[in-house]
Design a protein around this ligand. Sequence first.
Ligand code: AHG
Ligand code: MN
Ligand code: MN
Length: 298
Amino acid sequence: MTNLREYLDKTDCKNDLKELIELIAMQAVPIREAFIANQSYADTENASGEQQAALDVWSDEHITRILMESNLVCEIASEEKTDIVRNSEAKSNYAVVMDPLDGSSLIQVNLCVGTIIGIYDNGNALSRGRDLRAAMYMLYGPMTVLTLTVGDGVYIFALKDGEYTLMQGPVTMPEGQLYGSGGLKKDWTKEHEEYISEIENKGGKLRYSGSFVADFHQILKYGGVYCYPATKDNKDGKLRLVFEANPIGFIAKQAGGEISDGKQNLLEVLPEKPSHKTPIYVGSRNIIKNIENIFKKI
Ligand code: AHG
Ligand code: MN
Ligand code: MN
């Protein structure tokens, strides 16, 4: 069985990038252990004006401390921070973007949540998603699973006895029937309503848990689409380009899928600010092309 380091040694990653990926991946252990003592909500908000879960804050502070102490990272942009954190002592040009804990509403009901990470080697956390050097997520489910790409396909590892073992890869996202959509149905736009109704008429099966990273992991395996659309009262939707769309979209693209805001490839969009919000359609290539056709038609 191949472990994470053996896989990384077969890639073109520089040693400091391998070290950084392993360091981040191993934080799944303390984060999982922190669940039981961090079940509540903090009395603070993040940059998107959302109330923070205690585990949001704990995970953000933990990963930030580990990265700063490593001196492997020159800047960190986090969903839980308003400003980018910079490290003048850094001995590398890696910039990390992160959603430390995605799916926070599920912490108190013990459903699957995760940590989403993007790594740039150009020192700029506000780069386009297409410029990512690596993207990964740790998924805290019945198993702890790491999904990783360093730009040469998508590989899935499982954590056992403190070591990640390769389970699957390179992963190819099939065309599939699963779909999930955020936003209240009463607030959906006519384009989004038409899109969902077409999917349902073709036998679409609803899969929407409240955790983007968990719902995406199903789409990666079985095919389909995850949507968090623009709504009548919120033209930018809810999710964040930098911390959620770009790393997950980069992984989707590496597996043969696509990510769009309904009109364009989101990996081409230059972030305006860390908390830049965007509508998201991510999943199988043809099903994503279909939403773009609907937006063109209407
Ligand atoms: P986060 O916990 O990082 O704020 O992300 C939550 C996101 C996403 O993970 C999930 O799919 C979506 O918000 C759920 O939103 P709704 O509760 O509005 O459906
Ligand atoms: Mn999130
Ligand atoms: Mn989050």
